[in-house]
Design a protein around this ligand. Structure first.
Ligand SMILES: O=C(O)CNC(=O)[C@H](CS)NC(=O)CCC(=O)C(=O)O
Length: 309
């Protein structure tokens, strides 16, 4: 039996069920709809904005309260350093345009991996911005783990050459629950997710990404489902997809995963650009946590320090 099937059976047996009066399957009353976008951003701000604008309207018509975009939604440079030249302050005109999209469609946006101007002309911050449905910036998180990696069979990446690393772990309340903000390569560092869940009370972990094709094929879904399972959180992972230019290709597979680790939303394989929607039910978070109380059972860091003496 597949893990998915076991997950579904578990959900049926153990987790609260809701029925509509008519007996039809409708959205449970305390669920909130979310959407995650997939796209192939290029080195053209206006063209990426047009795509985002279309996807915001689609998500709003589908009844989503939050739409999550992938890392580098507004721009992917054709060569190293291009992104620095288009970087803007958080409250600059480009982010204001995205805030207007949120306001016009009355929808929250997770804008993962915005090129925020850094402390000098050679650097930017890779910033995940959350905007509310009135178009106000509610929160921002600067990517902590930078992608300095020699991808086996791929290129050498050195994100730190033009990016300043963030220092703060950030969570923010939203209509779909308390969001834990991360970006892409952070996914490989479970500590930040544990802090988000166990110290900052996150219920939904956001992982906007532009994974490489090689590493995505090997690790993407497994890492995302592990983060959902071990932290008993929903995970929303919006992905860049396909060829951005002749040197750069991203893995695809935008995913929404529930706190039991079941994939509840996935863009059809053939689509590069589009949205996937799913319904988030925070009572599922509560019930998974109640029945498997790892928050109480986990050992504090002092235990591990003593254990390794
Ligand atoms: O630079 C941009 O335009 C957007 N940013 C990215 O693409 C970033 C930094 S180069 N990519 C990753 O973090 C990939 C992680 C990854 O693929 C893995 O962990 O396997």
């Amino acid at each position: 039996m597949s893990v998915n099937v076991i997950g579904r059976i578990y959900s049926r047996l153990v987790l609260p069920r809701r029925f509509s009066v008519s007996g039809e399957s409708t959205m449970p009353s305390n669920s909130v709809r979310v959407a995650a976008a997939q796209m192939t951003s290029i080195n053209d701000l206006a063209s990426n904005f047009a795509t985002c604008s279309r996807l915001v309207k689609e998500a709003a018509s589908a009844g989503a309260k939050l739409l999550c975009f992938p890392e580098a939604f507004s721009y992917v440079g054709a060569k190293d350093g291009d992104s620095v030249s288009i970087a803007e302050p958080l409250h600059g005109p480009l982010m204001q345009k995205y805030c207007s999209l949120a306001r016009e469609s009355s929808i929250w946006l997770s804008l993962g991996g915005f090129q925020e101007r850094g402390s000098d002309d050679e650097h930017l911050c890779n910033t995940h911005v959350v905007v509310d449905d009135a178009g106000e910036i509610r929160s921002s998180y600067r990517k902590i783990h930078l992608f300095d990696v020699d991808v086996p069979g791929g290129r050498v990446y050195k994100e730190s050459k033009f990016t300043e690393a963030g220092k703060d772990v950030v969570a923010v309340d939203s209509p779909i629950g308390r969001l834990g903000l991360t970006v892409c390569y952070d996914l490989r560092f479970p500590e930040i997710y544990q802090l988000l869940r166990f110290q900052h009370g996150a219920q939904v972990l956001l992982v906007p990404s532009a994974f490489t094709k090689v590493t995505g094929e090997a690790h993407w879904e497994i890492l995302l489902r592990a983060r959902a399972i071990e932290n008993q959180c929903y995970v929303i992972a919006a992905a860049q997809a396909g060829e951005h230019n002749d040197k750069r290709e991203s893995y695809r597979d935008t995913l929404i995963i529930d706190p039991w680790g079941t994939v509840i939303g996935r863009l059809p394989d053939r689509l590069s650009t589009g949205i996937v929607v799913a319904d988030i039910d925070l009572s599922l978070v509560d019930s998974v946590r109640e029945k498997m109380p790892i928050a109480k059972q986990r050992k504090p860091i002092e235990f591990w320090k003593a254990a390794s003496l």
